[in-house]
Design a protein around this ligand. Structure first.
Ligand SMILES: Nc1nc2c(ncn2[C@@H]2O[C@H](COP(=O)(O)OP(=O)(O)OP(=O)(O)O)[C@@H](O)[C@H]2O)c(=O)[nH]1
Ligand SMILES: [Mg+2]
Length: 328
């Protein structure tokens, strides 16, 4: 991380001013249908595997899943751990436990050979299922798992990773970089032979009302919301605010800036210039009749891609929640 001696209070914003776009209400129709399908599936499943993004272990977990989590054994998979700053893992787990989450595993489903998926996940699921009554499913030798979570956290990737690891089989379900790839509850997908385990993939489902705008921005920054709903420029601004607040100035070196900045337009203009991203505008007053200005949205796309690929360092976006629970 680049070292810069800077007096934060005089240079950077202490608070982020949220725009007018309402990011707290984004619940497309397919999510409503998905939630109903999930509720109907519950009687046929032995364990609910909830996948969430390790960079936001608390923000955006859907409270409407609570029913599902209480009725069946529940495992929380914090995925994308390759992008997350887990320095405060103990605190994360303590707080999750206070919220009733007792079983957590951390995964990186981008990795080809994922040792957690290979060695820990199936035994943990087996133990969890063994710890409770399976009711009418007691006789069945097959285990059915339901995978749930908000959009784009890696639910389908986890299924593919399990299949690759345990069955040496290829992709069974579609994966993609934009929220909303899986649109409905899918067929049973076999993920393990011994014991026979099947998984139902489901669409990512957000709470109908995200708690507040800051949670909405964290979801947008981690790509659980589609960018156009918030605007790439606003998301890039929130990213800059967040990195500066954490004293993470790695973006300075990465984008070749001279100094850290709190001005997102300055950052975006610089990135646009470096990447030849300009828009040509009519300007009757100029000699050629045209002027060029930086393509801010294209630059914001480049900046967000770098952040989401981990090029700007590992992050924990829920630091504020960990701080506010300190000493409680
Ligand atoms: N860095 C990183 N990227 C991951 C990981 N797991 C998944 N991804 C990426 O995250 C994106 C979303 O993955 P999906 O598996 O489609 O996520 P999903 O939860 O099924 O998404 P929806 O079906 O849209 O709800 C893809 O670009 C994956 O390659 C991980 O552990 N680390
Ligand atoms: Mg999916």
């Amino acid at each position: 991380m680049a070292k810069h001696v800077i007096s934060r209070s005089s240079v950077f914003r202490e608070k982020f001013t949220f725009g007018t776009k309402d990011v707290t209400k984004w619940f497309p129709g397919h999510m409503n249908k998905g939630m109903k399908q999930i509720e109907m599936m519950l009687k046929n499943v032995d364990c609910v595997v909830e996948v969430h993004d390790a960079r936001i272990p608390f923000s955006g977990r859907n409270p409407n899943f609570r029913n599902a989590l209480m009725l069946r054994p529940h495992l929380l998979v914090l995925n994308k751990v390759d992008l997350a700053d887990m320095t405060r893992q103990d605190k994360v787990e303590e707080l999750l436990q206070q919220q009733g989450v007792n079983s957590v595993v951390y995964t990186n489903c981008k990795e080809q050979t994922n040792t957690v998926v290979k060695k820990k996940l199936i035994p943990k699921i087996k133990d969890l299922i063994g710890s409770r009554s399976r009711y009418h499913r007691e006789e069945s030798l097959e285990y059915n798992l339901l995978i749930i979570g908000i959009p784009n956290v890696g639910k389908s990737s986890l299924i593919n990773s399990l299949r690759r690891t345990h069955l040496k089989k290829g992709k069974a379900t579609r994966v993609g970089g934009i929220a909303g790839i899986t649109r409905s509850v899918l067929e049973r997908i076999k993920v393990c032979e011994e014991p026979a385990m099947y998984l139902y993939d489901t669409p990512g489902i957000l709470a109908p009302n995200v708690q507040n705008v800051e949670v909405g921005m964290k979801l947008a920054l981690s790509a659980a919301l589609q960018d156009h709903l918030v605007g790439v420029d606003s998301i890039a601004d929130y990213m800059l605010y967040t990195l500066n607040k954490k004293g993470n100035y790695s973006y300075v070196k990465y984008f070749g800036l001279e100094d850290p900045t709190d001005d997102v337009l300055k950052l975006l203009a610089h990135v646009a210039l470096k990447n030849n991203k300009a828009v040509k505008l009519r300007s009757p007053g100029s000699q050629t009749g045209y002027v060029y200005r930086p393509h801010f949205d294209a630059a914001a796309g480049i900046v967000l891609r770098a952040f989401r690929e981990g090029k700007l360092g590992l992050v924990m976006l829920d630091d504020d929640i960990l701080d506010s629970s300190q000493g409680r």
